[in-house]
Design a binder for this molecule. Structure first.
Ligand code: TGC
Ligand code: FAD
Length: 402
């Protein structure tokens, strides 16, 4: 038998269905289920057949941007008059879950565009900024990125050094941002910088502004199908009409993070479900000691614990989605879900990899890719420990950041 034929059958035919052990689908509306089905079909057609190659070759498929726009993955919670989907937050969560079931990097592209680019323009932008940018971002005609993190200020964005200086009808911007998803391919960037009074302001930069460069970050072992880069500002002239007028201070960028962190809480459970389902199927097919490995108690323990954690996280997401839709979710409730669910997903990916034995490290199955992706997700949008400290502050009233 050839080496290829002796390998267990690859599950590349994508027949994914999400586990629903507690019948949580009955908590969803018909519209939410329709949204999820449409997104699931899209991922099966446009992402899973190609993702392994994109990730192995470290290629961001730029044409996915227009396709995401067409299916309504960008800013589903933005009103239809600006090109958004006018949907509730559970629908948004389900969209993120399905995309990240395909790949966390693909979800990054969609959640940055929706929560970190469209959201601040919608919440803090002028009417003319909304009309100019939102419909094109929603349709995928424009791709955006969000620049908060700097080389010396990651967890502590309050210390940022990027600065704008008032020159009458425009500002001059200097500084740099690092680790920016979408930056090398983005048409516009939401950038946060301090003014002369040290107040943080948000602004919309366009790619062709003189002095703006976006070098790509190479050599990532994680999120390889997502493009990451820097934003470098060398005396960039920013017309005053590009400033987001309706909110400033650190609370402005942090307010956008709430929406993105919420999307991550749902997204990572998509990745976890993919690991669980792949491992369950493999365990039933793979024979050792003349039995499917699914018949061994240790394999069953792994699968039972995975399903338990997925079910708990599904319930958490559903409840948080209701609170988000009602406008009642607090930042610390979102931190709890982001922190818990990323950890759950990472543990499930690691356990699933064990079930696959040697096959778990190959690209024939999605496990290793999900696992490596989740190593970024546990760091970005606030590290695991930063979210713990946000909860610690909520519980005790005492900040332990400094
Ligand atoms: P602190 O004093 O706590 O707060 C400063 C001001 O901000 C307000 N605030 C919030 N407002 C809205 N939403 C939130 N989540 C908020 N959290 C805080 C707060 O009320 C206050 O307002 P005001 O009016 O009183 O001034 O600030 P701190 O400097 O002590 O820092 C708090 C800390 C550490 C929690 C915060 O800096 C933090 O969250 N750090 C983590 C940084 C982070 O998450 N960066 C993410 C960068 S973007 C990214 O990673 C995108 S990846 C995208 C992808 O590819 O998917
Ligand atoms: P640091 O802040 O240097 O943290 C290093 C370690 O120290 C962590 O373990 C942290 O938990 C710990 N630590 C820090 N402070 C404390 C404290 N007070 N108490 C206890 N422990 C502490 N940013 C953007 O603005 N836009 C993007 O689009 C974006 N995309 C990203 C994409 C990728 C692939 C990655 C990896 C990052 C991205 N980021 C983006 C940046 C991301 O948000 C930061 O990496 C993250 O906030 C952590 O900052 P840092 O990497 O500088 O780590």
């Amino acid at each position: 038998m050839s080496e290829e034929a002796s390998r267990p059958k690859s599950s590349f035919y994508d027949d994914f269905e999400s586990p629903d052990f507690y019948d949580i689908d009955t908590l969803l509306t018909e519209e939410q289920i329709l949204v999820r089905s449409a997104m699931r079909d899209f991922v099966k057609q446009e992402i899973t057949p190609f993702i392994e190659e994109w990730a192995q070759n470290s290629t961001f498929p730029k044409n996915i941007v227009k396709k995401f726009g067409d299916i309504g993955a960008f800013g589903p919670f933005i009103p239809a008059k600006y090109g958004g989907g006018d949907m509730d937050y559970i629908s948004y969560g389900l969209i993120m879950q399905e995309i990240e079931r395909g790949d966390s990097g693909m979800r990054s592209t969609a959640s940055v565009q929706g929560s970190l680019v469209m959201f601040p323009i919608y919440k803090y932008g002028s009417e003319s900024q909304k009309e100019k940018y939102l419909p094109k971002l929603a349709s995928g005609e424009l791709l955006g990125c969000f620049g908060l993190t700097e080389p010396d200020f990651g967890s502590n964005p309050a210390g940022m050094k990027s600065r704008i200086v008032d020159k009458g009808d425009h500002y001059i911007l200097n500084g740099s941002k690092m680790w920016i998803s979408n930056a090398p391919d983005a048409d516009i960037a939401i950038v946060w910088a301090k003014d002369e009074t040290d107040r943080i302001k948000g602004m919309i930069l366009e790619r062709d502004m003189e002095g703006l460069t976006t070098p790509e970050t190479h050599g990532k072992w994680s999120l390889r199908a997502s493009c990451t880069g820097e934003l470098v500002f060398d005396n960039v002239k920013v017309p005053k009409e590009q400033i987001l007028p309706d909110r400033d201070g650190l609370g402005a960028p942090l307010g956008c993070l709430d929406s993105a962190r919420y999307g991550i809480a749902w997204g990572v459970i998509g990745a976890a479900m993919d690991c669980y389902e792949s491992a369950r199927k493999y365990a039933l097919e793979r024979i050792q000691f003349d039995k499917p490995i699914a018949s061994f108690q240790l394999t069953q323990k792994k699968l039972a614990e995975m399903l338990t954690e997925i079910t708990k996280a599904q319930l958490l997401n559903w409840r948080l989605g209701r609170l988000m839709t009602e406008g009642k979710a607090s930042s610390s409730q979102i931190s709890l879900a982001k922190r818990n669910n990323v950890e759950v997903a990472l543990n499930i990916a690691r356990e699933a990899r064990q079930i696959f034995g040697g096959m778990g490290i190959t690209g024939d199955y999605p496990i290793m890719r999900h696992m490596m992706n989740l190593e970024s997700v546990i760091t970005y949008e606030g590290t695991h420990d930063i979210h713990l400290l946000i909860l610690g502050k909520e519980i005790t009233g005492i900040s332990a950041f400094i």
